[in-house]
Design a protein around this ligand. Structure first.
Ligand SMILES: NC(=O)c1ccc[n+]([C@@H]2O[C@H](COP(=O)([O-])OP(=O)(O)OC[C@H]3O[C@@H](n4cnc5c(N)ncnc54)[C@H](OP(=O)(O)O)[C@@H]3O)[C@@H](O)[C@H]2O)c1
Length: 246
């Protein structure tokens, strides 16, 4: 891979890029430092056939996993959980051990945001019994018994995302969080001023159709961001951009 910007261009690897990231050392008042990650087509779609898998390559997955190794929590919305059926966030034990040596928790805390608590309870995330899950929900239902430890935090009406972030920082000690979508959750985090950096993989393909983009339901306004780096993968023609929210 070649980092094109900032200049001068240099050859880099995903582990080298990830090693530059220290999100837990960035201080934010009363909340975690928040990164987001998305893969998008040339026409700005975040899905093909209803899921994101066909958009990225092995290199994109490597980048996503590398980002996960740098944070203390990973957050997704219920829509993404229903479509993508997550398992343990970091499957590779070597990666988990390396985190501990750096003062990060063994497994990133998995955080779900759900209005209705209509989740795929058969997903490996709940059945494997590894790591821990926190679910912020507006539902009064109780979740079923799960092998994995699940904390349910209830909010009235809708999940208040600033309050959820404050809970993660204050009650769970989370200093850094990676939100992996989806577009509805992402839009609300941006609107609430809760996103610090965005990692976007630009996939060299068109998807068409009616799939969502980077955000869904975000009120119109100009919101400038600053390019931190742009990396090109020669083999796959993917572009990996890192933006800082101004
Ligand atoms: N290209 C990519 O990188 C990428 C990344 C992630 C996802 N995706 C794709 O995006 C699609 C899902 O999109 P999406 O926008 O529907 O997903 P989403 O943002 O993950 O989920 C939306 C759901 O999250 C819950 N939610 C969000 N904010 C809430 C709040 N403040 N209070 C209460 N509940 C809240 C609601 O769940 P309830 O339904 O429980 O009320 C809502 O229906 C999937 O097809 C997935 O594959 C693509």
């Amino acid at each position: 891979m070649r980092r094109l910007l900032p200049e001068p261009p240099v050859e880099v690897t995903v582990p080298e890029l990830a090693a530059e990231l220290r999100p837990s050392e960035e201080s934010r008042d009363g909340r975690p430092y928040v990164l987001t990650n998305f893969v998008l087509t040339l026409d700005g779609r975040a899905t093909l056939g209803g899921v994101s898998g066909p958009l990225g390559t092995k290199r994109d997955t490597e980048m996503l996993v590398a980002l996960r190794t740098r944070v203390e929590a990973v957050m997704i919305g219920a829509g993404t959980m229903r479509k993508e059926c997550y398992g343990r966030v970091l499957a590779d034990p070597t990666k988990r051990e390396r985190r501990e040596a750096e003062g990060l928790p063994h497994d990133p805390l998995m955080v779900l945001v759900s209005g209705r608590l209509d989740l795929p309870w058969e997903a490996p995330l709940f059945t494997e019994g590894a790591g821990e899950v926190v679910i912020f929900t507006a539902s009064e239902e109780d979740p079923p018994e799960t092998a994995t430890t699940v904390e349910v935090v209830r909010h009235e009406g809708v999940v208040d995302l600033p309050a959820a972030m404050a809970h993660l920082r204050g009650e769970r000690g989370v200093r850094s969080l990676l939100c992996e979508g989806g577009p509805h959750l992402h839009a609300q985090l941006i609107q609430a001023g809760l996103v610090d950096e965005m990692f976007v993989t630009h996939a060299p393909k068109l998807a068409g159709g009616e799939g969502p983009g980077l955000v869904a339901g975000l009120p119109e306004a100009e919101r400038p961001v600053e390019l931190v780096w742009l990396v090109a993968e020669n083999e796959t023609d993917e572009l990996f951009a890192r933006y800082r929210v101004i």
